[in-house]
Design a protein around this ligand. Structure first.
Ligand code: ADP
Ligand code: MG
Length: 461
């Protein structure tokens, strides 16, 4: 017997005693109770029917809590859930830098469903904000945009279309643009857009309520099915099974399927081969982090459309610092706009720094990061910052210098040449320092973990 079933058995036997002779009551409500998880804060029990769940959660919750306390020795919150299919609902979570964004994306998904179900509406909607026109193009996203545009003009030219790339690089924007385009140019087509988690949760509900028929019908009636962040299907066997059938039915009747993911199909773990093969069977397009030019173009376009005035110099400064995520760029601009419209203050380097430190706490200006690295290394090796930067060559000082160079290379975007300048040396010395640390990592026990610890301390200041 494992620990959880041991605990639940003791719990049941004590509750049975407490309830006294009314054995049938005990059997009725507690007979099939299971403990599905337990940690320091919460115990989750499951029971097969919604009725039992309700009765246990209202009438018997106190006795369960109290008895459990006696067994485990500390008090926890107790939850009773209906035993579901093996897959439990996912909290609809996305890896975004900000919870606001998550909430916004959920609200948007609901709105989009309304908009798609009401094609005659003339009002401006959230969908109108995400078009091909306002998607700024650069070499990193050109191909994905072209593929989406082609599919929006002529559904099924590429089927499925699989768009992948890191978070915040415009995948959802492209899906919205496709929907927008189809809605305008081909209003008769039925479009269904779902985040993968919502698809999964709907399926779990349908199974729980014995209503899988309508679920299947709904998805199979789509002319264009868009599933956002399909990577969340990883390891979810029954969702994969159902999605496979939906996919095949749509594919065979020549309906367009568009998927996005934070990684290519090859890299989605715990995905059945048959789905992987399907995902790879159409066109795969990636979106890569934006180049400096694309970042400045996006900052200009977005600040102009907000009516936020930012000097060219500050646009470049922002583009340098916000170097891999367009969602972050947008987040910073929105906050800058909010501050400047509330206070009437101009955008300055300081206001940008302050907002970046809120939106992306790990992102600090390069000069401050270098200072932090030098100070931390100086402390660790007991060598002064002057000595680290000097030309002295005793072992401790050299080691500290190699370490500082290695960490600067790792945590900043500086070129080898620019790193060399800090130490009044050329780029060859920088390479040799980095190699030196590489050798230490490979040959000295625990060296790498010590170094990682130091890097983490520097990042977490
Ligand atoms: P993803 O789905 O890849 O995580 P999103 O599509 O949600 O990213 O993009 C994040 C934000 O950045 C959105 O508000 C989107 O409009 C904006 N964005 C992304 N790429 C571009 C682009 N090329 N041009 C204009 N805005 C963009
Ligand atoms: Mg997205």
């Amino acid at each position: 017997m494992d620990e959880l079933s041991g605990i639940v058995e003791s719990l049941k036997s004590e509750i049975k005693t407490k309830l006294g002779p009314a054995k049938s009551i005990f059997d009725l409500w507690f007979g099939d109770l299971k403990l599905s998880s337990l940690d320091e804060e919460c115990a989750v029990f499951t029971t097969p029917s919604p009725l039992k769940k309700n009765i246990l959660s209202t009438k018997y919750i106190d006795i369960i809590k109290e008895t459990l306390f006696g067994i485990i020795g500390f008090s926890v919150e107790v939850k009773i859930e209906k035993e579901g299919p093996a897959e439990t609902k996912l909290p609809e979570k996305e890896t975004t830098f900000d919870e606001e964004i998550l909430l916004e994306s959920e609200r948007r998904e609901k709105k989009i469903e309304e908009i798609l179900n009401n094609p005659s509406s003339e009002k401006k909607t959230v969908l109108d904000e995400y078009t091909f026109d306002n998607f700024v193009e650069g070499t990193s996203n050109k191909f994905a945009k072209a593929a989406c545009f082609a599919v929006a003009n002529d559904p099924c030219v590429y089927n499925p279309l699989f768009i992948w790339g890191h978070s915040g690089l415009g995948k959802t924007h492209l899906l919205y643009a496709v929907m927008n385009h189809i809605k305008k140019n081909n209003p008769g087509l039925k479009i269904i857009y779902k985040k993968c988690e919502t698809f999964m949760n709907e399926l779990i509900d349908a199974i729980g309520n014995h209503e899988t028929g309508p679920f299947k019908e709904k998805y199979r009636s789509a002319d264009v099915l868009l599933i956002d962040d399909i990577q969340f299907i990883s390891g979810k066997e029954s969702t994969q099974e159902e999605f496979f059938h939906t996919f095949s039915a749509l594919y065979e009747s020549e309906k367009q399927i568009i998927l996005t993911s934070d990684r290519p199909p090859m890299e989605i773990k715990h995905l059945t081969d048959r789905l992987r093969t399907r995902f790879e069977g159409g066109l795969i397009a990636d979106v890569q982090p934006p180049s400096f030019e694309l970042r400045t173009a996006i900052i200009r376009k977005k600040s102009d459309s907000m009516g936020l005035s930012v000097s060219n110099e500050l646009v470049d400064y922002m583009a340098e610092r916000l170097n891999n995520n367009i969602r972050q760029i947008e987040g910073v601009l929105k906050k800058l706009y909010a501050v400047s419209s509330l206070t009437g203050a101009e955008v300055t380097k300081e206001s940008i720094d302050q907002i970046i430190s809120i939106v992306d706490p790990g992102n600090v200006p390069t000069d401050i990061m270098i200072e932090r690295i030098l100070t931390a290394v100086s402390k660790k090796y007991g060598v002064s910052v002057e000595d680290i930067k000097s030309r002295k060559r005793n072992d401790t000082i050299s080691n500290a210098r190699h370490t500082a160079i290695y960490i600067i290379r790792k945590l900043t975007d500086l070129s080898l040449k620019d790193i060399g300048k800090i130490f009044d040396r050329n780029h060859a010395t920088v390479i040799s320092s980095i190699d030196n640390i590489g050798v230490n990592i490979r040959t000295i026990k625990n060296y790498e973990s010590e170094l990682e610890k130091l890097i983490k301390e520097i990042k977490d200041v």
